[in-house]
Design a protein around this ligand. Structure first.
Ligand SMILES: Nc1ncnc2c1ncn2[C@@H]1O[C@H](COP(=O)(O)OP(=O)(O)O)[C@@H](O)[C@H]1O
Ligand SMILES: [Mg+2]
Length: 226
């Protein structure tokens, strides 16, 4: 299986505010790394459908475009992660199979048309993922992934109502929280507090779904983007 560039970047023209926003995020991530070296990054959010998988996939893509060896891992074991987004079928081996010793990491890594970007799906044993996330075998796989890439990005479940984000947040270098612009500040704060309680190092908060007419950037550049 090979994930195409069109699947990753969509039909967006190169000059789009959407793609540009991920270039901005890439610059922020690279600048953050200058201050505080990190390699593994987990993306979570207060609730479902706030844009975690979209953000993690696009961030992986723009890092891949500048030839940063990157692996994007689907650690959402409820079928709402990047595997579904990229059309990877449920019978494709991935993270859970490797943790259970039922697949080799090499065979599970899915190449993309961007040579430095690989994908690791959640695998065929997703239902075992939440428990595997607290085992030594998952920690071992996580560290083997670090040996293979400059960046390992984890797409995860929401913080509220799911255990996986809390299980993995302390095992990665930094956590990014994605939230919708219309989110309640108190909900976001509660999530940040609970992530910190499990030892997460919060790298930042990404505000998603900002309405174009509310955005200073859009107003300044709408002619450029067409
Ligand atoms: N900024 C955005 N603008 C438009 N649609 C978006 C945006 N971010 C996410 N989406 C869409 O919203 C839905 C939920 O996003 P997704 O990344 O799957 O959320 P999550 O992983 O948090 O559940 C998807 O259909 C996605 O394509
Ligand atoms: Mg998702």
């Amino acid at each position: 299986m090979l994930i195409t560039t069109e699947t990753l970047l969509g039909a967006d023209p190169p000059r789009s505010a959407y793609l540009e926003s991920y270039r901005v995020l890439r610059s922020s991530i690279l600048a953050l790394r200058e201050k505080e070296p990190f390699q593994t990054l987990l993306v979570s959010s207060p609730a479902q459908r706030e844009g975690k998988s979209t953000v993690v996939m696009n961030l992986g893509t723009v890092l891949g475009l500048v030839e940063k060896p990157t692996i994007v891992v689907d650690a959402d074991f409820y079928g709402e992660g990047i595997s579904a987004m990229l059309g990877i079928s449920n019978d494709t081996v991935g993270l859970t199979d490797v943790c259970l010793g039922q697949a080799q990491l090499e065979e599970a890594l899915i190449p993309t048309q961007i040579p430095s970007l690989h994908i690791l799906s959640s695998g065929t044993q997703m239902e075992k993922g939440p428990e595997l996330a607290v085992t030594g075998s998952m920690k071992q796989v996580l560290s083997r992934l670090e040996d293979r890439a400059e960046f390992v990005l984890y797409d995860c479940t929401p913080v509220s109502g799911f255990g996986t984000a809390a299980s993995l947040a302390g095992a990665v270098d930094i956590v990014l929280l994605v939230c919708l612009a219309r989110s309640q500040v108190t909900d976001v704060q509660r999530c940040l507090d609970s992530l910190r309680e499990v030892g997460a190092n919060i790298g930042g908060v990404i505000v998603n779904d900002v309405l174009p007419h509310d955005s200073v950037v859009y107003r300044a550049y709408h002619r450029y983007y067409g």
